[in-house]
Ligand binder design. Structure first.
Ligand code: NAD
Ligand code: ZN
Length: 354
């Protein structure tokens, strides 16, 4: 399957070089040199799948994990390009999950005012979400994704073959974005996918295609998030705050999708309280995410810690916290102001679930 936004192409196919698509793309583009950015896991599990299709190249490895998505790692990468005398006709291939894609794209787009990069996303989360939409960046001073820019890759090559080595928790984390796409945009997709929530043995190719189409459609209408694109933040206002606290305070921090799943339950509660989401749909959403992720002891996070992060959240305008909230499953509104008291009630709703 091929999706062609304005100036790049997203290829979704069972294996990377089916029909020679990847190699012919590289041949057409005649880059002066190719760099591949990997983390320790993608070097071990994913690089062997792509190596045979690459011209002469250099592999740059960084340690895995969100804690690496910072300015120190960027400095290391810029130094690698400087040492190698990389020019503006180089290509960077981001081979990995959202951390590699967000940071690799950022580094490539800023080195010598930018050289080309492509994404080969290897986690479900990056295949259905992070690799599409042009948001690049890094975390700074404990705030996630606060430094960055909008810039599209030259191409995205998505292939479910990489998912075979992905740990279950990572797969499940990405699946929460799949469910989000159904909740905000397509009720039928939600109903199809929520059944898979029990076993996670879905047809990934079909889910990836549908999710990428939804994300692409939203981003096309509002590339710079001045309006509609905000619906993609459903679950993320509270979810990001929980994720940030967990990253700073827990030895085994929540994964992005795990935090967002909690956020979606709380924000579904807010949707019911202020935006007309029917009570039975709130129950359905709550049940689906609890069944998939179990219950997290949210009561251990002080309310003030969650509120503080939300106040800093870059998505807020005029210092008020605004939410993207469901009106019904498949239908999401944005820029809805909610009082601190209701936010506290939404968190309490989660805490009192059994
Ligand atoms: N740019 C965007 O629009 C956007 C959207 C959503 C999320 N994000 C960002 O994406 C990041 C999260 O992405 P993620 O969940 O992919 O995290 P990640 O990149 O940290 O990958 C998760 C883990 O899986 C490992 N891994 C990757 N592919 C593998 C494979 N095929 N087999 C085995 N292990 C593999 C990685 O080494 C890592 O340990 C966050 O930083 C988030 O802010 C960005
Ligand atoms: Zn997300």
């Amino acid at each position: 399957m091929l999706i062609s936004p304005d100036n790049y192409t997203i290829y979704i196919q069972p294996a990377l070089d089916d029909s020679g698509v990847f190699t012919s793309w590289l041949n057409q583009h005649q880059y002066s040199y190719v760099y591949v950015l990997c983390d320790d896991n993608t070097l071990q599990y994913c690089y062997p799948h792509i190596k045979q299709f690459l011209p002469t190249h250099t592999c740059i490895e960084i340690p895995s994990g969100e804690s690496e998505k910072n300015i120190e790692t960027c400095k290391y990468l810029w130094q690698q390009f400087t040492d190698a005398q990389a020019d503006r006709k180089s290509l960077l291939i981001n081979l990995g999950g959202g951390v590699i894609g967000d940071m690799g794209g950022f580094v490539a787009s800023t080195y010598k005012r930018g050289f080309d990069f492509i994404n080969i996303p290897t986690t479900l989360l990056s295949q259905v979400d992070a690799s599409v939409g042009g948001k690049l960046g890094i975390d700074f001073n404990g705030v996630k994704n606060i430094i960055g820019l909008f810039q599209n890759p030259k191409a995205v090559f998505i292939s479910p073959e990489f998912l075979s080595t992905l740990p279950f928790e990572q797969l499940r984390s990405g699946f929460s974005e799949v469910l989000k796409h159904g909740l905000i945009y397509n009720a039928e997709y939600w109903h199809q996918q929520k059944g898979n929530a029990v076993q996670l043995n879905t047809n990934w190719r079909a889910a990836i295609e549908q999710s990428v189409l939804i994300k692409h459609d939203v981003v096309k209408k509002d590339p710079f998030e001045s309006g509609l694109r905000k619906i993609l933040n459903f679950g993320h206002t509270i979810g990001h705050a929980i994720e940030t606290w967990s990253l700073q305070n827990e030895t085994q921090p929540l994964l992005h999708g795990e935090a967002i799943a909690i956020g979606m339950i709380c924000e579904a509660w807010l949707s019911n309280a202020v935006n007309g989401l029917p009570a039975n749909e709130l129950e359905e959403i709550t049940h689906t995410f609890i069944q998939l992720f179990g219950k997290y002891p949210l009561e251990k996070i002080p309310l003030t810690a969650i509120m503080d992060v939300m106040q800093q959240d870059k998505k807020n305008s005029n210092k008020t916290i605004r939410f993207s909230l469901l009106h019904a499953i498949g239908n999401c509104d944005y820029d809805i102001q909610v009082s601190d008291a209701l936010i506290a009630e939404a968190l309490t709703y989660y805490c009192t679930l059994s």
